[in-house]
Design a protein around this ligand. Sequence first.
Ligand SMILES: [Zn+2]
Length: 174
Amino acid sequence: MKYLLYFFTFPSDVVAIPVTYLIGKLFGTGMHREGLCFITELSPHSWPMDPTHPFPLAGWYSKWAGTTLGHGIVYRPSPDQNTRVHEHVHVQQLHVSMVSSFFLGLLVLLITGKIMAAWSVWSAGYLVYILSNFAVAAIKGEDPYMGSPSEKHAYAIGTLHHGHKVDVDSYLRF
Ligand SMILES: [Zn+2]
């Protein structure tokens, strides 16, 4: 039954999974499965991780733990359990946002009869969700990234890692 989620996330998957595969080919250790997701771990000696690399921006990713592109996830080398849980909280957010945008797209199709407009609305689900989270944090006067509800939830559930603290009191303010 859980594989039905691939139907709703299809417009995201056709981009996220090939991009993750490409990152894995260029900088990572290939691709493996984790739940519904396709995972690549960056190599410690790759350009994004290793600041001694003789290219501009070498090591730029070394302070990050992982990135959820959709059903494709990129991890730093040997990610800990907290990081993996954190990224999979984002995968759940992907699922909800894409199911939501599918039905919005369906509504657009029924109202306008325009399939490309409907497809665009469906496809934009996760991106719009992330940007909406940043916007809500900014409106509240918090840092757009660390203050976003989607990040707070992921850090809270993934517990604390890399020195980031969840401001629990901020939940009570809104
Ligand atoms: Zn996150």
